[in-house]
Design a protein around this ligand. Structure first.
Ligand SMILES: CCC(=O)SCCNC(=O)CCNC(=O)[C@H](O)C(C)(C)COP(=O)(O)OP(=O)(O)OC[C@H]1O[C@@H](n2cnc3c(N)ncnc32)[C@H](O)[C@@H]1OP(=O)(O)O
Length: 338
């Protein structure tokens, strides 16, 4: 199951790989406006397909795959998002998702669908807990606890300040960065092929790196990177639980790769997320630009911890998450060109 790849490259990092040498700003990008006014004015595939589970029985659902990473293991974000959808189906409209805690216990097989079995662990006056098991080939691939709460006011309210960064309108998308990179004269044929392959596979999330160099790993850097992200297509005001499911999907993009940013002298031999926890703090729209701030406070023992914060454009902290992953690396030889 060993997986060769560049340092800094988790499953979902492949989208951002090598796309990003230039730190130039975008010339112009249509302003966000309302999601409905955007050019890709279609319903998001995340809501029409990925997170649209088929009900098989009471508390039993089936999910299909959309984007499968090059590793041919299921994308963790998809499994978490679908597990949260399944959990949310058994709670009332007055309840809001506030946290999920998940373990990825086996690699997901992209050749077969995933079953989601929900256990109604507890219904309380304020909090309601669901346990979800994601199953393939009769075995658990993910175990997840999801907790929901009735909205409650509180005089205790604080949050960190949002980082000051350029606005998404002033930045290039990953696809635009790839196009720029493709026009470089010294690019090898195999690099070109790889980049064209990336362009051909559309992920359901749009991303705009704040410092494209953070996604380009020729030199060691701080274990921190930021990018704007939003679901492709229109979701609408809709159900807050659905936006949480989409955010859970989005949150697994490029998070674990943050651990590897200081280690350009090593090549990832195998990386996989072990667990993922997420806390939802405020209402937000996952089809509008949100700043994803990722950093890694620790690595050791072939593992690394990554933390993420999703910010609304208006500075409100929408969600926080933490993920630990297994990261097995090997040294890059001196003459190898990453
Ligand atoms: C963005 C990131 C993502 O979305 S990643 C996708 C979501 N996460 C996942 O799919 C992870 C799912 N979980 C798992 O696959 C398992 O729990 C993992 C993490 C592999 C558990 O590891 P482990 O207990 O070592 O499993 P295993 O014995 O089946 O071995 C798996 C492969 O790793 C190898 N391995 C094991 N230990 C070592 C070691 N110390 N040094 C080197 N290699 C080691 C095993 O030999 C095995 O390799 P292979 O599959 O036989 O090639």
């Amino acid at each position: 199951m060993a997986e060769e790849g560049k340092v800094g490259e988790s499953d979902a990092d492949s989208r951002l790989k090598d796309a990003t040498e230039s730190e130039d700003s975008a010339e112009d990008d249509s302003s966000e406006g309302s999601a409905a006014q955007r050019p890709q004015d279609l319903r998001s595939v995340l809501v029409t397909s990925v997170l649209n589970l088929e009900q098989l029985d009471i508390d039993l659902y089936r999910g299909t795959h959309h984007w499968v990473p090059r590793t041919q293991r299921l994308f963790g974000g998809q499994i978490i998002g679908q597990a949260l959808v399944a959990a949310a189906k058994s709670v009332g409209d007055n309840l809001y998702a506030h946290s999920i805690h998940c373990y990825f216990v086996r690699a997901g097989d992209p050749k077969v669908p995933v079953l989601y079995q929900v256990d109604r662990t507890r219904d309380g006056r304020s909090f309601t807990v669901r346990s979800v098991k994601a199953i393939q080939h009769g075995q658990a691939i993910l175990i997840c606890q999801a907790s929901f709460q009735v909205l409650q006011p509180s005089p205790l309210q604080h949050q960190l300040p949002m980082p000051v960064v350029p606005q998404p309108e002033d930045l290039l998308t990953v696809e635009e960065l790839i196009h720029r990179y493709l026009s470089k004269p010294d690019l090898t044929e195999s690099a070109k092929q790889g980049l064209n392959k990336l362009l051909a596979t559309e992920v359901p999330v749009e991303m705009k790196p704040i410092s494209p160099a953070h996604f380009h790993r020729h030199a060691p850097g701080e274990a921190r990177r930021l990018f704007w992200a939003r679901a492709r297509g229109h979701i609408g005001e809709g159900d807050m639980k659905l936006h949480c499911c989409v955010a859970a999907y989005v949150s697994d993009f490029a998070l674990l790769g943050t651990v590897l940013l200081p280690y350009s002298k090593y090549k990832a031999r195998f990386t996989a997320s072990l667990d993922h926890a997420m806390w939802f703090h405020s209402t937000f729209r996952s089809d509008e630009w949100m700043l994803y701030e990722c950093d890694s406070p620790w690595a050791g023992s072939s593992r690394g911890l990554a933390q993420g914060r999703l910010w609304r454009r208006d500075g409100v902290l929408a969600a926080s998450c933490s993920q630990e992953g297994v990261l097995r690396v090997k040294a890059v030889s001196e003459n190898s060109k990453l």
